[in-house]
Design a protein around this ligand. Structure first.
Ligand code: G3P
Length: 236
């Protein structure tokens, strides 16, 4: 499976097949303390939430999301609970009114696609979620989704290669220059992030634990200790 970077060379003076120059890292949480910690590292581009994550905070939905919007300038995905088109759109319009960086998260269903088409036609950004197949991703892109969220970890959980799905979506979107951004979701460990980056995913949304793991290396810690010991031993 070709990597996105290998599909074609960048045009002279222009961008390559990437729709965005940099890979973005979002944090996958509704926990404000975790978001603030990740923000303090200076590498965070946005936030994704879902009903399970908001429920896990124990907070009321509206105040939980608004608290996040107060501290995050980048895209914040807020998921609708409605399952039918009209209710999805009504819910989305409320959330989209809270801040310009709200991204409406909707499931890849018939009603979800209709709502994505409607919202994208009104300039509202969308994140099409619960994607488990490349054909779902194709339909989401055709409906005008801003992001598609393939759930790699949940596919791995049922013995399907989640990263193969990322690869297929990146290839399909690249074939036709769909502007929909591939947002690798349900990330469980650093190798998922590495593979997403190698495949050219536009975004990886990552729990704080995995952001921490991305940074850790025992040789870094060992090297710091060695430098300090050598400095202490220097001739005074
Ligand atoms: O936010 C959607 C996704 O990242 C959920 O991940 O770990 O519940 O499969 P997980």
């Amino acid at each position: 499976m070709p990597l996105r970077g290998a599909v074609s060379p960048p045009p002279p003076g222009g961008m390559g097949p990437h729709k965005e120059e940099k890979m973005k890292i979002f944090i996958d949480t509704a926990d404000i303390a975790e978001i603030k910690e990740a923000l303090s590292l200076g590498v965070l581009d946005g936030v994704t939430t879902n009903p399970s994550l908001v429920a896990g905070t124990g907070k009321e939905f509206v105040s939980c999301i608004k608290e996040i919007l107060e501290v995050v300038d980048g895209p914040v995905s807020v998921e609708v609970l409605a399952l039918e088109y009209e209710e999805m759109v009504a819910e989305a319009l409320v959330y989209a009114g809270w801040a310009p960086n709200v991204v409406i998260k909707l499931p890849v269903t018939k009603d979800g696609l209709k709502a994505i088409r409607h919202l994208s036609g009104h300039g509202i950004k969308t994140n099409c979620t619960l994607c488990f197949s490349p054909m779902q991703a194709l339909l989401a892109a055709k409906a005008g989704a801003t992001y598609i969220s393939p759930f790699v970890g949940r596919l791995d959980d049922v013995s399907q290669d989640g990263m193969e799905l990322i690869s297929q979506i990146v290839e399909i979107y690249g074939n036709y220059s769909f502007p929909t951004q591939v947002l690798a979701a349900s990330i469980r460990h650093p190798l998922h992030v590495l593979q997403a980056a190698l495949l050219g995913a536009d975004v990886a949304t990552v729990p704080l634990k995995v952001i921490d793991q991305l940074l850790q290396h025992p040789l870094t810690d060992k090297g710091i200790q060695q430098f300090l010991r050598d400095w202490e031993k220097r001739a005074q």
